[in-house]
Write a protein that binds this ligand. Structure first.
Ligand code: KIV
Ligand code: ZN
Length: 506
């Protein structure tokens, strides 16, 4: 094995999905898993099968269909969770069971209410049981960075002794500082006798904005697996961003001498796909994948770049797959041009999918002169990753202005019938949402509403995101249309359809 090879463990579908508004349906998860496979990650953590029937089914589907990458399922350190996770991942070509229990005194005292000896015993039993089912077992001592170092060493040694092949050291609450975290990994290497029998992994949260720096410090101390997510999504402030780690290693190979198996030219596409699915955009100045990541505004920089790119560019937009020009197609573009362009973007659609995309493309090209990659992606999202539509927007007419009472008249198809009603509000969006609530008889709390222009220009499509509160979760819906009110209505209805879908899995 190449000792400079870093394994990329992607947890976008598990830890990433735990971020508010980032829940995905099974079709979307499978689609993203396919993209992660194309991107070249080593392991996909597909979910937490014991969490719900829906999680179980989705992990199992990914295990069945994704053959080129290892598929991991997460389980608490108890036999029932482990058995459930194994049931879900066992169809995988290369399954991995990932089990965890806390190791910090804070968690032991207040959450688990167990002694160190009891927890150590449970960790051993869990790993031994997992190893009796699966050849590849990973163990995580949760809250490792706030744990007593010697107890942590004892636990790591014990689980390796029981057969764990990977031991992951999580900075669960994002508390570590890079040199301290690097020291902790070095300490483990120095004090755990059997540590060379396992791969040491790290899993850093970004509460202090240090997740990527901490992960890299750990790699410098000998860790060889990094757990990370696309766009850095994840619990609270998120997880370490995969694109940042991978590009730091690639760009500063001179310093680290480490490599990954990631095909960096798919990074941008993967980031965009996740944004399309969740509606959670990255900030424009986000490293690697933000809209401004390669935009040079200052005259001095532009002057330098014209003379020699090296002056101000440490990596090229092409190396992460960011297209230089987003202009693609227009009204006269034929089906062939679209197929070719979609292929260039990495999408290989079935005939039926292509037909739907083509119809939507033509409709849009009738009202918009230039169709950009982003427009195509939003069409793709709606037509290919379509969720079952319990409710479907049929008709929307909105009257508003400085003298009118904003009124939305609407028709929605439900159960084969077309229902109609009108809503009033303080503005056109408020009226539109009121009409939807009336027709559907629903009244979920609106947690977030946002509209962005998909591209520049006044003829740009609006991309709307709506988050509704269902039980304790934020369910996001998205819609795109040149008319922002239609986009908003579609986003609200999409969120309702997602709630209906969730209800079916309960
Ligand atoms: O943050 C954490 O500790 C985790 C573990 C389950 C690995 O996500
Ligand atoms: Zn985590």
């Amino acid at each position: 094995m190449d000792e400079n090879r870093v394994f990329i463990f992607d947890t976008t579908l598990r830890d990433g999905e735990q971020s508010p508004g980032c829940s995905m349906n099974p079709e979307e998860k499978l689609h993203l898993a396919r993209q992660l496979e194309r991107l070249g990650v080593d392991i996909i953590e597909a979910g937490f099968p014991a969490a719900s029937e829906g999680d179980f089914a989705s992990v199992q589907q990914i295990a069945r269909e994704i053959r080129g990458v290892q598929v991991a399922g997460l389980a608490r350190a108890n036999l029932k969770d482990i058995d459930r996770a194994w049931e879900a991942i066992k169809p995988a070509a290369s399954p991995r069971l990932h089990t965890f229990i806390s190791s910090s005194d804070i968690h032991l005292k207040y959450q688990l209410r167990k002694s160190r000896a009891e927890v150590l015993k449970e960790a051993r039993a869990a790993v031994a049981h997992a190893c009796s089912l699966c050849r590849d077992v990973e163990f995580s001592p949760m809250d490792a960075t706030r744990s007593d170092r010697d107890y942590l060493c004892e636990m790591v040694e014990a689980v390796i002794d029981c057969g764990a092949r990977t031991v992951n050291i999580p900075d669960t609450v994002g508390y570590a500082i890079p040199d301290e975290f690097g020291d902790l990994i070095a300490y483990l290497f120095a004090h755990v006798k059997n540590i060379r029998q396992a791969i040491i992994s790290v899993h850093c949260h970004n509460d202090l904005g240090l997740a990527v720096a901490n992960s890299i410090a750990a790699l410098r101390s000998g860790a060889r697996q990094v757990e990370c997510t696309i766009n850095g999504i994840g619990e609270r402030a998120g997880n370490a961003a995969m694109e940042e780690i991978v590009m730091a290693l690639a760009t500063r190979k001179d310093r680290f001498g480490l490599s990954t198996g990631v095909r960096t030219e798919y990074i941008y596409q993967t980031s965009r796909l996740l944004t399309q699915i969740t509606g959670v955009r990255v900030q424009p100045n986000k490293a690697i994948v933000g809209a401004n990541a390669f935009a040079h505004e200052s005259g001095i920089h532009q002057d330098g770049l014209i003379k020699e790119k090296l002056t101000y560019e440490i990596m090229t937009p092409q190396s992460v797959g960011m297209p230089e020009s987003h202009i693609v197609l227009g009204k006269h573009s034929g089906r062939h041009a679209i197929v070719n362009h979609l292929k260039k973007l990495g999408y290989d659609l079935s005939e039926a999918e292509l037909n739907r995309v083509f119809v939507r493309f033509k409709d849009l090209a009738d009202v918009k002169k230039e169709i950009f990659d982003e427009d195509l992606e939003s069409i793709l999202y709606e037509e290919v990753l379509r969720i079952e539509e319990t409710y479907k927007l049929v008709y929307l007419n909105v009257v508003s202005g400085n003298v009118a009472i904003p009124t939305a008249t609407m028709q929605i198809e439900f159960g084969g019938e077309v229902l109609k009603d009108a809503g009033f509000g303080v503005g056109p969006v408020d009226a539109t949402f009121a009409a939807i609530r009336k027709i559907t008889g629903t009244n979920y709390d609106l947690m977030k509403y946002a509209v962005n222009a998909v591209t520049g220009g006044t003829d740009a499509q609006g991309e709307a995101t709506v988050q509704l509160k269902y039980k304790d979760r934020a369910v996001a819906g998205h819609g795109a249309h040149p008319d922002v009110l239609v986009a908003s209505a579609k986003a609200y209805i999409n969120a309702l359809n997602r709630i209906e879908w969730l209800k079916k899995g309960e």
